[in-house]
Design a binder for this molecule. Sequence first.
Ligand code: SAM
Ligand code: SF4
Ligand code: F3S
Length: 444
Amino acid sequence: MSSNNIEQRKFYLKTMGCQMNAHDSEVITGILLSLGYQETDSVEDAELILYNTCSVRENPERKVYGQISRFKALKEQKPGLIIGICGCMTQQKDEQEAILKKLPHVDLIFGTHNIHRLPELLERALDGERVIEVWEDTDEIVEDLPVRRSNNLKAFVNIIYGCTNFCSYCIVPYTRGKEISRQPEAIINEVTSLAQEGFKEVTLLGQNVNSYGKDLGLNMDFADLLKQLNDIPGLERIRFTTSHPKDMKDSLIDALANLPKVCEHLHLPVQSGSNRILKLMNRGYTREYYLDLVRKIKEAVPNISLTTDLIVGFPGETEEDFQDTLDLIREVGFSSSFTFIFSPRNGTPAATMSEQIPEEVKKDRIYRLIELQNEISSEYMQTHLNQVVEVLVDGVNSETQELTGRTRTNHPVTFIGDPNLVSKLVPVKITQCQTWSLRGELVK
Ligand code: SAM
Ligand code: SF4
Ligand code: F3S
């Protein structure tokens, strides 16, 4: 280790983007704690400021430039301060160059494939070097890195890295590299240890978990992995995200229907309800295929909660295409959806497609979409009234002293009960339904 004493140094870590990044930040935190750093939520107190960035849309990227340029003054007052950027932004050549040019006070840049190299990179930065190390891709999964979980009941577990789908609007295949599945033993060992430590729930992560195993040559698919995880003693709930509709096999529908620990929630991004737009997006399915898939899933798992991602204002999207999206969300009855305005990403095919949609049209469409989704969500939530649901109790509300938890379908629930129930599964009768949450009474 360098002559610089990093013991008792504090780090401030800002995380943007998806659950993958959230989990990467748990690993980064684990590494920094193992080096003797302490975490702080104040940039002024920190000797290391690190931004784990997201590139999926333009706005968060702009924020990174805005926020990090403000640390220039801080660095002048505190010359030993290390400022670092990692995550998806650094994986793009043009962003890397822009960071170097616009943020000359940044000392450390690393990517999504070499997080395990942080101790060495940090040491070099502490020795005064401006460190830039970004790997374009990797064939190797580094196991057994330290990880500091942000919750002690529920854990994220990666099962597949990267994405090779190349949806025409999406930057992720360029920032996260090609798909590589983790070995099943590594996943099973991690989940077994988590269950032994008292974790009750895991969320399996991948840009497309439905592709799990294709590259392993082991003759096993995602549903086979779920079967093995379902047998782990002590584990109560299994969730996963994200499932690409084009790769959703009947075996996974069976797993959702028949494996008791696999929860009745499926995030199944549709993006658009128009066949013309789905084709331009390179999604690999049609509206009819998606609706038929939903029909099969609902038949097999009648109480499933379906959620989705939707993009409005994709190049060439007409009012008629947009109406197709509204029709589809009505027909499916998603319990909620993440709605996005199309954001052109440099290097993706959609960024240079003709017929880009004017900002005011995009905004008008997203307002209308959100309004309709809110109506659908409220109606859907009302269906819980007087039902008894299983709740995993995860905490106590500090203001009301009520217990908080989640249903198997992942809706938040509050109810009055003994704090000893935290970490237990309990039956709760729903007495009140709001658009995004439920309230109930403990069933004795
Ligand atoms: N892999 C997942 C999938 O296929 O659905 C999620 C990937 S991405 C991290 C999450 C969501 O961001 C996407 O489902 C899409 O709706 C949205 N998104 C991706 N690129 C976008 C873009 N250029 N503009 C607006 N939204 C975008
Ligand atoms: Fe992006 Fe499509 Fe891959 Fe999802 S499946 S990460 S939307 S390219
Ligand atoms: Fe996730 Fe954003 Fe990267 S959504 S994979 S952190 S581009």
